[in-house]
Design a protein around this ligand. Structure first.
Ligand SMILES: C[S@@+](CC[C@H](N)C(=O)[O-])C[C@H]1O[C@@H](n2cnc3c(N)ncnc32)[C@H](O)[C@@H]1O
Length: 281
């Protein structure tokens, strides 16, 4: 059976069951369209928080603490901050924290949320490729699950390096470009009608970045990688399949799925990786 015939039959079958968030947006506009879900307890983008925040806020927090424990104020920029899920979790009164994002509705949502949480974070609508701050302004720059979405990730690295102070820290995590991520992140959960559960083109395979490519680009802009680890779910295969099935048929929310599949540090970089680099003096 040809792929297109198979896809047509499959889409007829799954149409009745497809979760609402599965259609109608693409990767380019996804964050604008879904901005109202950043802080919705059952929302699609809120799912990022339980899936990723525990591991990345612990990891980034400990790197920041190691490098800046004797600072009274640390200037930090969160590039591609979205609705501020990570910025708010990391925020401490010691931070002068800025977040920028290309999605205007996301920035509005992030700003609005600080009125409830009381976090003192300055948000702006701008792009990673043209960061509107002077050279050497920040002690640390965070870019969490963003490089795989920007139009020009190499230009973003150049800009991140430019706004970092000498010895400043660049903290990142992103999706790897591997056969495994092609199968799971692109085909299974996004493309194939029978299995897809997230908006089409939310991730584009060609935009994913291998660790050696990121390392090389950082080095070209005077940022030396200090540490890198894989990110992998702590759940077993039966839990993963059950979560996928329940999401597909609308029996589970994305935040609940995130809690069940929570990522952890791992030697396995098949899917995602996290790490940090330091700008040369
Ligand atoms: C997966 S979300 C991650 C959000 C946030 N860092 C977090 O982890 O909760 C990716 C974010 O990158 C933003 N983004 C995409 N391209 C961008 C660009 N060129 N400049 C700045 N932000 C961008 C999107 O609008 C979106 O909010």
């Amino acid at each position: 059976m040809s792929n297109s015939l198979f896809d047509k039959l499959a889409s007829v079958f799954v149409r009745r069951h497809r979760p609402e968030r599965d259609t109608g947006v693409d990767g380019k506009t996804m964050f604008d369209h879904l901005a109202d879900t950043w802080w919705d307890p059952d929302g699609f983008l809120q799912g990022i928080a339980p899936l990723l925040n525990p591991v990345r806020s612990k990891y980034f927090g400990s790197v920041l603490n190691d490098h800046f424990s004797n600072y009274s104020v640390i200037n930090i920029l969160d590039v591609g901050c979205g609705g501020g899920l990570l910025a708010e979790e990391l925020w401490s009164s010691k931070f002068s924290l800025y977040g920028l994002d290309i999605s205007f509705p996301s920035v509005l949502c992030a700003k609005e949320h600080t009125t409830y949480s009381g976090a003192s974070i300055s948000y702006l609508n701008s792009s990673a490729e043209a960061i509107p701050f002077p050279h050497g302004y920040f002690d640390a720059v965070i870019c969490a699950d963003v490089l795989e979405h920007v139009d020009d990730w190499r230009q973003s690295i150049k800009e991140i390096s430019r706004v970092l102070k000498p010895n400043g820290i660049f903290l990142f995590d992103t999706v790897n470009r591997t056969l495994f991520s092609w199968l799971v992140v692109i085909k299974l959960i996004q493309d194939w009608p029978l299995t897809r559960i997230v908006p089409k083109r939310g991730h584009v395979y060609e935009k994913l970045i291998r660790p050696d490519e990121l390392n090389q680009a950082m080095r070209e802009h005077a940022v030396i990688e200090r540490e890198r680890s894989g990110l992998w779910t702590g759940a077993n295969i039966y839990d993963v399949l059950s979560v996928g099935f329940n999401l597909k048929y609308g029996n589970m929310t994305f935040p609940e799925a995130g809690r069940r599949l929570q990522l952890e540090l791992s030697p396995n970089t098949w899917m995602s990786y996290i790490g940090y680099g330091q700008k040369l003096p």
